[in-house]
Design a protein around this ligand. Structure first.
Ligand code: FES
Length: 109
């Protein structure tokens, strides 16, 4: 069985890209490493909120709940919704193969 996981990323123009990553990779890194437009200014240090994504509601209960630190930082993002997460805090796993996220306002590089 392959360890390659798939991530569906909808960009700010509404285009959806299917990209691949491995278990343990941060969703933010998978998006960035495929050249999709994400600012992710702090590189995953939970210091910027510019890796903000909206998670497809169908996937929400498969994610690890946000930590208090993530929730605090998310407060600094624009247009936060109930399905908002910081993509540097989501680690790819077998359970998340096929995860769908949409880049949120403020994540533009
Ligand atoms: Fe800065 Fe996620 S990349 S908080």
């Amino acid at each position: 069985m392959s360890d390659t996981r798939h991530l569906n990323v909808t960009d700010r123009d509404g285009r959806t890209h299917t990209v691949e990553g491995l278990d343990g990779w941060r969703v933010m890194e998978i998006i960035r490493d495929h050249g999709l437009p994400i600012k992710a200014e702090c590189g995953g240090a939970l210091a910027c909120a510019t890796c903000h994504v909206y998670v497809d509601p169908a996937w929400l209960d498969k994610l690890m709940p946000a930590t208090d630190e993530e929730t605090d930082k998310l407060d600094e993002a624009f247009e936060v919704e109930s399905n908002s997460r910081l993509s540097c805090q989501i680690l790819m796993s077998a359970e998340l193969d096929g995860l769908a996220v949409t880049l949120a306002p403020g994540s533009e590089p």
